[in-house]
Design a protein around this ligand. Structure first.
Ligand code: APR
Length: 318
């Protein structure tokens, strides 16, 4: 059986980390693409030279021409600009909308059967722009945000409880970042919901609220520390987990930015926003449409409306 082909559009910090992780997991051969000449070629060669040491079987190549991504099985998009201290993700919309439009056309012409994972911010609206530009079916175009937001939440909870992060599950909904909606009643330690852990004296509601806020600000915390760019290790790990779920038909239940149709999750029109879905060989195979409490619905609607107003801005730019 031929190896799978994974194309990385954008070979910066996240792109490079994605390429490395994909090789270590032997998910397939990697094509790195970027508009910057030499960067995808150089990073591809550097990682290829690590494969004998790691005992990894994966081919790497770098390119500045979209023909290189031809017939890719998976395309992961990180092209664009990251934020600097003081910027919100939304400040990136001007530049990154245009970038998503060109990337969408490149995918349409060269890899129309791919499963596409967008990581570029502002996430939810960038997925929408790319899906429109590429014309790919909505179930094959998703955004990576919820896996990262829930990973941050799980990490902070594991630290608070002094338990393995493996045994912490988290459930988040909504847009990436500031308007993220964590569902604490569905977030657990080994199946024990967080509200029960408060009752058991493992933590306090106040501490839990602080952890939720730290999770919402998780991206900004890293930007503030790095100063020259934004997070890349955890975003890359999250993107790889989604690619793996698709390539191995794992049917994993993951929070991703997916197309929510009018009527689903109480929405009045179609919108790309973070919801739990099943990812398998068909891409997004199913939305996990849970019932929201009145309070959760209000928070989710607020988050979806924030995405809607950015979609309006993007429409003005296109
Ligand atoms: N086509 C292809 N690549 C592009 C384009 C384009 N039109 N425009 C920019 N790029 C490339 C840049 O040359 C750079 O190598 O995208 C890469 C982005 O890499 P970084 O600047 O290192 O950014 P990174 O940290 O990887 O984040 C990428 O993901 O999480 C989001 O907010 C983040 O939007 C940002 C994106």
């Amino acid at each position: 059986m031929a190896r799978k082909k994974i194309a990385l559009v954008g070979s910066g910090n996240i792109g490079g980390t994605l390429a490395h992780l994909i090789g270590l997991k032997e998910l397939g051969d990697v094509v790195m693409f970027d508009i910057a000449e030499g960067i995808p070629q150089g990073k591809g060669l550097d990682i290829a030279e690590s494969t004998p040491v790691e005992g990894v079987n994966a081919r790497y190549s770098g390119a500045n021409d979209y023909s290189a991504i031809k017939d890719a099985d998976v395309v992961i998009v990180t092209a664009g600009v990251p934020r600097k201290p003081g910027m919100s993700r939304d400040d990136l919309i001007g530049i990154n909308t245009k970038v998503m439009q060109s990337v969408g056309l490149g995918i349409k012409e060269n890899a129309p059967n791919a499963f596409v994972i967008v990581i570029t911010n502002p996430l939810d609206v960038m997925v929408w722009v790319l899906q429109q530009a590429s014309g790919l079916p909505a179930e094959k175009v998703v955004g990576m945000a919820g896996v990262l937001d829930s990973a941050r939440f799980r990490h902070f909870l594991a630290e608070e409880f002094n338990v393995s992060p493996e045994d912490v599950t988290a459930f988040v909904l909504g847009g990436h970042g500031d308007t993220m909606v964590p569902l604490t009643r569905y977030s657990t330690v080994a199946g024990i919901p967080l509200p029960d852990l408060v009752k058991m004296g493992w933590t306090t509601q106040e501490k839990l609220d602080q952890i939720v806020q730290r999770t919402r600000d998780g991206g900004a915390e890293i930007v503030g520390l790095l100063k020259t760019g934004s997070a890349f290790y955890a975003p890359a790990a999250s993107g790889v987990a989604m690619a793996e779920a698709y390539l191995k038909d794992k049917k994993r239940v993951m929070p991703v930015a997916a197309l929510v149709k009018a009527g689903q999750f109480g929405q009045k029109d179609d919108i790309y926003v973070g919801v739990p879905v099943v990812i398998g060989e068909g891409g997004v195979e199913r939305l996990v449409e849970i019932e929201l409490s009145a309070e959760e619905q209000v928070a989710f609607d607020k988050s979806a409306d924030a995405v809607r107003s950015l979609v309006a801005v993007a429409k003005g730019l296109l």
